[in-house]
Structures are given as C-alpha cells and as structure tokens.
Design a binder for this molecule. Structure first.
Ligand code: COA
Length: 258
C-alpha cells in the first residue's frame, strides 16, 4: 500500500508514499485516498485533513503505466472509476483540507490543490500541469478554475504550454498560501490543520460550503465534461506516442500528427 493514513490530534493525514516511482498515483492509491477522505468525513474526532507526500516529491501525477493498462472508463461508467471517485470525494469534502506540497507536484498533483482549503509549498517544489504534452486535456476542473485564478493568458502558459512554475508563482497565482523551507512545510501545514481543533466544527463546515456554493455545480459538471474528453484522449495516437516516449526516455514526436 502506497498511501499511509493516520489520525492524530484531530487531523487525518493522507501521506502519498511511493517514492521509488516519484509518488505516481495508481488506481489502488486513488481508492485508498477516497476511502481515507470518506472516513475522515464520517469521523467526528477529525477536524481537518492533511494531504502530504515525501521529501522532494509530492506526486508526479497519475501513474502513466496505469494510464495505458487501466484507463478510466468513458461514458456512463466513468463516474465509478477510482480517479473520478477521488475527485468527487475531495471536491465535496465538508471538512477543511490542508496540503503540504513537499516537492514536485505534477498533473493531478497540482490540480488537486485547487480543491484544498490551505496550501503550503516547499521552496524546493516545482508545479506543472503538462496534460497537453501528454496528448491529454486538463482534469479536476482545472480548465475552469485555473483561468479564473490567473486569467486566460497566464492559464494558457500553464495549461497549453505546460510551463512549470515556482512555489512563489503558485502563491502569486492564488493556488498556495505560502512557501516554506523544505524541512518545515509538513510541520507548518500540520500546525495550521490543528488550529481547527479550537474552532466550532459546524461553523467551519457551513462556511466552507458557502464559500464553494456558487461554483460547486459548475465544478462537478466541468469534471464530468473534462473526464469524457480525457478518457477518449487517453486512447489517442498522440497520447500513446507521449507515453511511449516517457518510458523510452526520449522526446515525443508530434510532427507526425495533423
Ligand atoms: N507514472 C509512472 N511512473 C513514473 C511517473 C509517473 N507519473 N513519474 C515517475 N515515474 C517513474 C519513472 O518511470 C522512473 O521509473 P524507473 O526508475 O523504473 O525508470 C521513476 O519513477 C523515477 O522517475 P524519474 O523520471 O527517473 O525521476 P526524476 O527525478 O528524473 O524526475 C519527475 C521526476 C516527477 C519530474 C519525472 O518523473 C516526471 O516528469 N514524471 C512524469 C510526470 C507526468 O507527466 N505525470 C503525468 C501528469 S498527467
């Protein structure tokens, strides 16, 4: 199991722990994170959820081998796939979710931050949403939320060109709250999560729901629309070329496509 969970002092921690594959997320890991989010939601002792990774790596995003071997289904079955269940569980989590971005955050490693409430980033982290370079499209409502956060032209750099960005960029673009020295990011995020122990949980939940009310329906429908296109693109020749190039450690050749 590559997801470690523990609940301590009112904080349910979800730790991504597959450093040998740069914390790439498999179907089983999405399932484990969904179960952990649901358990945290149901446990009255939990006041906040903390999502964290390993030193130097938060997550390299979806496991590319899984993209090939176990792509999420499209059509009416897509809502049952583990990645969509995870997105639904995180986007609808009623309790505060805090992220400690311990290192590189790629693909869903960055887009999941758009659904957290407080985000702290290591000064050694790099963020990127290189969906297009993989022949894919953004997921987790990034195509809706990212342009809203930073405007169209900055979003185009991040989503069309897939340009990586620094922790300070993430703060400036309102994706993260603060940049912390690498050795302090988890303890700082945990301290912020523990602050919810001193607050009335009902008022916290109602306030989070109100903050998300205006965009909740759009977020859900965007995740569904993106998911349809994402699933069909996973099977496209462009994506196949990108995945093969990744494992063959070479540059992809997109000149062959029109
Ligand atoms: N899926 C599957 N395997 C992955 C992976 C992923 N998303 N990211 C890394 N790995 C594997 C590598 O294949 C390699 O495996 P190997 O040791 O069996 O060859 C191992 O993890 C180490 O990765 P490596 O690329 O050598 O590490 P690095 O430090 O040079 O680079 C990253 C780290 C995160 C920058 C780089 O691995 C990367 O770009 N990963 C892919 C990110 C991505 O495109 N994610 C999908 C977004 S939708």
């Amino acid at each position: 199991m590559s997801i470690k969970t523990a609940t301590l002092n009112g904080v349910a921690t979800i730790e991504i722990a597959r450093p040998e594959k740069k914390n790439a997320l498999t179907v089983a890991m999405y399932q484990a994170m969904t179960d952990a989010l649901r358990a945290a939601q149901d446990d009255p002792a939990v006041r906040a959820v903390l999502i964290t990774g390993q030193p130097g790596i938060f997550t390299s995003g979806n496991d590319i081998e899984d993209f090939i071997a176990r792509p999420p289904e499209s059509g009416s079955n897509s809502a049952n796939s583990p990645v969509f269940q995870f997105m639904q569980a995180l986007a609808s989590c009623e309790k505060p979710v805090i992220a400690a971005v311990t290192g590189a955050a790629i693909g869903i490693g960055t887009t999941l931050l758009l659904h957290c409430d407080l985000v702290y980033v290591s000064d050694e982290a790099r963020l990127a949403m290189p969906f297009v370079s993989l022949g894919l499209v953004p997921e987790f409502a990034a195509s809706l939320i990212v342009p809203r956060l930073m405007g169209h032209v900055k979003a185009a750099e991040k989503l069309l060109l897939g340009e990586p960005f620094t922790p300070q960029d993430a703060v400036d673009m309102h994706i993260a709250n603060a940049v912390l020295p690498a050795g302090e990011v988890v303890s700082h995020a945990r301290r912020m999560a523990e602050r919810f122990n001193a607050l009335p949980p009902g008022a916290v939940r109602d306030t989070k729901r109100l903050m998300k009310r205006a965009s909740a329906a759009e977020t859900v429908s965007t995740i569904a629309v993106e998911g349809e296109i994402f699933s069909s693109r996973l099977r496209s020749p462009e994506a196949m070329e990108a995945f093969q190039a990744f494992f063959q450690k070479r540059k992809p050749d997109f000149l062959q496509f029109s």
